[in-house]
Design a protein. Structure first.
Lengths: 196, 97
């Protein structure tokens, strides 16, 4: 591109083209979403299996979520270092997801202290909040639907026993993170192919 | 009556840079170069013109021991861009005002 004078039509076309290019640069690989989704589904189903088949694996499977935070933070830092721009909404999203993580861990500590099986409804309700906000801000329908699905499921869980709640939580992991994550990953791969 | 188009913005590369910067919070020089398909020399000159006009802020720093130039649109730049777009609209739709 050279510096040259041009018509008003060309100006508007250029503005639209550049804004479009910047917008298309917001590409998430969806890895964090996939990892989180798989973990929630795995932990939920293991917990359900322990109750259903009356077995004890000897440790709290949900501790895996704590372990998963380490690679999540590593990949987030790595991705940030490789980025050539910062979007307007990224800072907002960081605060939303930090708030969510803090709330989830406070709720988990509350559960371990008081044995609150009924708080699964609350946890699923919390799952919906950052997912819905992320989907709304980035106009990404699968996450909007995923967030709303978590809320519908959380209402349903008010009337179900803890064992069933674990299956419902697996469904939350599927709709809120795994499916949107896979869609993001596919989009990323498709875009990579276009640029090759 | 037609509004005058800002001569600083009414130039292909400078307008491209401002349009990119209005879409993000901040961007590296390499990002702007890649998206505008411009040469480093030309882009550097145009960025300096935008900086001198007060439309963008430029920060030169080091990242992993390599020099890095980060550009960010200023409040004055946002205002100038809005005025420019409105002026373009008035050209496109003269009876609209």
């Amino acid at each position: 591109m050279k510096e040259q004078q041009f018509s008003t039509e060309e100006s508007l076309q250029l503005i639209g083209e550049m804004i479009g290019k910047a917008k298309r640069s917001y590409v998430s690989k969806g890895i964090a979403s996939i990892v989180w989704g798989v973990l929630i589904i795995f932990c939920s189903i293991v917990t359900w299996g322990q109750i259903e088949f009356k077995i004890d694996i000897g440790f709290d499977i949900w501790l895996l979520l704590l372990l998963a935070l380490l690679p999540q933070v590593y990949f987030a830092v790595k991705e940030k270092r490789g980025k050539k721009f910062i979007g307007h909404d990224e800072e907002t999203m960081h605060y939303v997801w930090i708030s969510f993580t803090v709330c989830i861990f406070i709720t988990s500590f509350y559960n371990s202290r008081w044995g609150g099986e009924s708080s699964t409804t609350l946890i699923m309700m919390l799952y919906g909040i950052p997912t819905f906000i992320t989907g709304g801000i980035f106009k990404f329908k699968p996450m909007i639907i995923g967030g709303m699905t978590c809320w519908v499921i959380s209402i349903f869980s008010i009337y179900t026993p803890f064992k069933t709640d674990m299956l419902l939580m697996a469904a939350c992991g599927l709709f809120a993170w795994l499916i949107p994550g896979i869609i993001l990953w596919k989009r990323y791969k498709k875009q990579q192919q276009v640029h090759v | 009556m037609f509004k005058d188009l800002d001569p600083i913005l009414h130039s292909q590369l400078r307008l491209a840079v401002i349009s990119l910067l209005i879409s993000v919070k901040e961007a590296e020089f390499t990002f702007l170069k890649e998206k505008t398909n411009s040469t480093a020399g030309n882009l550097s000159v145009q960025i300096n013109k935008l900086k001198d006009a007060g439309y963008i802020e430029v920060v030169k720093q080091f990242k992993d021991n390599y020099p890095q130039t980060v550009c960010k649109i200023s409040a004055k730049g946002i205002e100038a861009f809005e005025v420019y777009v409105n002026a373009l609209k008035s050209y496109m739709n003269p009876g609209g005002e």
